[in-house]
Design a protein around this ligand. Structure first.
Ligand SMILES: [Zn+2]
Length: 400
């Protein structure tokens, strides 16, 4: 089976995750793909191939006899697709791209002038959607590339390789993919997530992330007799928001620049609530942003009375860079594996997080590699078959 055939098979499974669900996995439909993959890994001949009760799929390819003493390498990808766009009844189409816009339906197209990356794909075979769903290359391309790499190693006993630990997780798109990862089932001291975008990307710097909830308590009195007495919580919440740095939002920042992002604002005269997320690649600046929110609340409390503003700040994840730098051979090995496969490695900072960031802080250093896909989480998502084939070679090279 080719990597393309595997990919087309996997996208036929409906695996959208659901952030409003409390179950593990968040949607039972993910288990169908998990069972299929566990069976496929077992059929390829991996040891310990199974899906656990929480929907995590594991498998292990032992090393070639001459490589028994070496560390195994791990590969991780996620089975769920993003809730941001419909993920059911995906009808993929392949096109041999000759340039110009790619029509998806009567009303949707991947337009050259909007998606500048298209020009790099002239002459390649692309898999696109019918314009009504996402494609699911994020991250079924990663799954297909990993399965194809271990199948290749199994089929080619002449290719000497290290042990390869494999894991496919549910619920990455809702930030829970690392929650129930079981290191005991994964006999590798480091790993790569295969969950990035364009071919060649190697990522080991991500945001430090925190979520903020500010509760605002008001005093309500009949508006006819409220003079000098009413404290309107909704207005105070607006004042808090207006005092955040206006240019430090997602809409005004890029690269390594951090931000405050207002995600929700609600309330009435009595009670209001402001929700923010804070992001910054730099740990010191990240801590300073959290301190700014606390100082702002303290200041506003001196103006409006103690207990008017109560911030609750929770760290979500940290930049994996400090966990990867002591193991920089992982990045160098990935760069070399890419070059040998004919891809140009590029290291880019992620303006988000990955499961690998969480795992890196739990003792499994885990940078992220490209899948070859583009325009994730929407109907314009597509992937090049050649890029997938190259990524299979990259993973095989990393196991060699
Ligand atoms: Zn992903």
């Amino acid at each position: 089976m080719t990597v393309k055939d595997r990919f087309l098979k996997y996208v036929s499974f409906y695996t959208t995750s659901d952030e409003n669900s409390e179950t593990v996995p968040s949607t039972a439909r993910q288990l169908a793909l998990g069972r299929y993959l566990a069976d496929e890994l077992a059929a390829i001949g991996l040891e310990n191939a199974h899906m656990d009760a929480l929907g995590y799929v594991y498998g292990y390819l032992p090393p070639s006899p001459d490589r028994a003493g070496e560390d195994a390498v791990g590969f991780i990808a996620h089975m769920d697709t993003a809730p941001d766009a419909p993920g059911d009844k995906i009808r993929p189409k392949t096109v041999l791209y000759a340039g110009g816009d790619i029509p998806l339906s009567d009303t949707e197209a991947i337009r050259e002038d909007t998606f500048e990356c298209l020009s790099r794909y002239v002459g390649q075979e692309l898999i696109v959607t019918d314009g009504t769903t996402l494609l699911g290359a994020d991250d079924k391309a990663g799954v297909a590339e990993i399965v194809s790499a271990v199948a290749y190693l199994k089929d080619h006993p002449d290719v000497s390789h290290r042990g390869v630990a494999v894991c496919f997780t549910p619920d990455e798109e809702i930030g829970r993919g690392a929650d129930h990862f079981d290191k005991a089932q994964f006999p590798a001291p480091f790993a790569y997530t295969v969950d990035g975008g364009a071919l060649g990307e190697i990522e080991y710097e991500n945001f430090n992330a925190a979520s903020v909830k500010v509760a605002v308590k008001g005093v309500n009195i009949h508006p006819g007799s409220a003079k000098n007495k009413m404290k309107n919580a909704a207005l105070l919440a607006c004042e808090f928001v207006s005092r955040l740095p206006a240019a430090e939002t997602p809409a005004h920042t890029e690269g390594y620049e951090g931000f405050y992002h207002l995600t929700d604002l609600s309330g009435c005269e009595m009670n209001a609530e402001v929700r923010l997320i804070i992001r910054d690649h730099d740990r010191e600046k990240f801590e300073a942003r959290k301190a700014f929110v606390e100082t702002l609340c303290e200041y506003l409390n001196t103006v409006y009375g103690e207990g008017t503003f109560t911030p609750e700040i929770k760290d979500s994840y940290y930049n994996m860079k400090e966990m990867i730098l002591p193991h920089f051979h992982l990045i160098e090995a990935a760069e070399e594996a890419m070059r040998k496969a004919g891809a140009q490695p590029v290291t880019v900072p992620i303006r988000g997080g990955t499961d690998g960031a969480r795992l890196s802080y739990e003792g499994l250093p885990c940078p992220n590699l490209s899948t070859g896909g583009e325009n994730f989480h929407g109907v314009h998502e597509f992937i090049s078959v050649q890029a997938m084939e190259t990524m299979v070679d990259v993973l095989v090279n990393l196991a060699r």
